[in-house]
Design a protein around this ligand. Structure first.
Ligand SMILES: NC(=O)c1ccc[n+]([C@@H]2O[C@H](COP(=O)([O-])OP(=O)(O)OC[C@H]3O[C@@H](n4cnc5c(N)ncnc54)[C@H](OP(=O)(O)O)[C@@H]3O)[C@@H](O)[C@H]2O)c1
Length: 327
């Protein structure tokens, strides 16, 4: 496992880290025992950073991570998120009172006195013009409730605004072979500001593993079934907002570029690590075997310049027309 500096925080985190949404909910059934086995497998591989949120299974994901921390001696940095408990996303909803209540909930679920990294969970775009929310977060840092804070964004424009706030340490953004735009318009700015980048949805919700077919089906309570058209939340969070059939066709093209000793999943993750501005990818996973496969990527050889060029071309021709400047 290799480690990268997380912005201006004191932490060096595993470049393949752990996304803990699926072990909370919204991805079909998953047992806590299997989730715990997946978390332990990650720590065994050298993962030292986990991304979660208060709403993943209504605290279930956070509580499993608290259990993990009790069972392990290694230092594990945990980033959680707040804001999605609001029934409707409004800037006013991000009040001191609400933030305090969400933070207290996460402190309880994570069984800690202070949250390592708190991220605003895809707040409305207008929030980035409201310095007051960031001043409140500064106050929570001063009070010792949170150590650092960052944001999770939907759009590149939000990321560009967020890094102008001096104490924003991290930006979490969708970045993968199907979402290349952040590299063009955001990464240089993030590096200038020494802001860490967490690449989320690195496998395009599993599409980039190459395991799906046109007739693959998903459980009723899996967002790859119920949110394909953005019925429950931003459609960009499901298959990165790429139409399923278009995604399958592009994967078939990318698959031809997989080098010897790697598989499609690892190519997708390795592609992300080719960008130095990225601190880590946070692939989700529910089973130990998935975690082992994902973590192995950290030690694999860089992709060739030719492969990078071809993946860019496939993106430009087949994917960008759909997702391009939308996010
Ligand atoms: N708004 C936000 O802030 C936000 C939104 C989305 C995600 N996130 C964060 O980003 C993390 C990652 O994104 P994500 O979980 O949505 O998507 P992802 O990492 O692109 O895909 C994860 C899914 O792919 C499948 N998978 C993973 N490794 C695999 C392997 N080696 N082989 C085969 N299948 C594999 C698993 O599902 P199956 O086995 O069921 O196929 C897994 O749940 C989340 O866990 C969460 O922490 C944040």
């Amino acid at each position: 496992m290799h480690y990268r500096q997380l912005g201006r925080t004191p932490w060096k985190v595993s470049d393949i880290s752990f996304g803990a949404w699926a072990i909370g909910g919204a991805w079909g059934q998953v047992s806590d025992e299997e989730s715990m086995a997946a978390l332990h497998a990650a720590i065994d591989c050298g993962v030292n950073f986990i991304d979660t949120a208060d709403v993943y299974g209504d605290g279930r994901s956070e509580r499993l991570i608290a259990r993990l921390k009790k069972e392990r001696r290694e230092e594990i940095v945990v980033a959680t998120k707040a804001g999605r408990r609001l029934p409707r996303q409004t800037v006013e909803g991000y009040s001191r009172q609400n933030l305090n209540a969400w933070i207290e909930d996460s402190l309880r679920n994570l069984a800690v006195d202070s949250i390592d990294l708190l991220q605003l969970h895809c707040p409305p775009t207008a929030l980035y013009d409201d310095a007051e929310v960031f001043e409140m977060l500064d106050d929570f840092v001063k009070a010792g409730k949170i150590r650092y804070y960052g944001v999770s964004v939907e759009k590149v424009d939000e990321a560009l605004k967020a890094v102008e706030y001096p104490n924003v340490q991290t930006v979490q953004i969708i970045f993968n072979c199907f979402r290349q735009r952040p590299a063009d318009v955001f990464f240089d700015r993030a590096r200038e500001k020494k802001v860490g980048i967490l690449a989320r949805v690195p496998l395009a919700s599993g599409l980039l593993t190459g395991k799906f077919r046109a007739d693959s089906t998903f459980a009723k309570d899996d967002h790859r079934n119920f949110n394909r058209h953005g019925e429950a939340f931003d459609v960009g969070e499901t298959f990165s907002g790429v139409d399923y059939q278009t995604g399958l066709r592009a994967v078939d093209e990318i698959r031809k570029l997989v080098p010897a000793g790697m598989n499609m999943t690892q190519l997708a993750l390795r592609w992300i690590l080719m960008f130095e501005a990225v601190t880590c990818a946070i692939p989700g996973g529910k089973r130990p075997a998935q975690i082992l496969e994902n973590c192995r990527t950290s030690d694999q050889a860089p992709l060739s310049a030719a492969a990078m060029e071809q993946i860019e071309q496939i993106y430009k021709q087949q994917i960008a027309p759909q997702v391009g400047s939308r996010w």
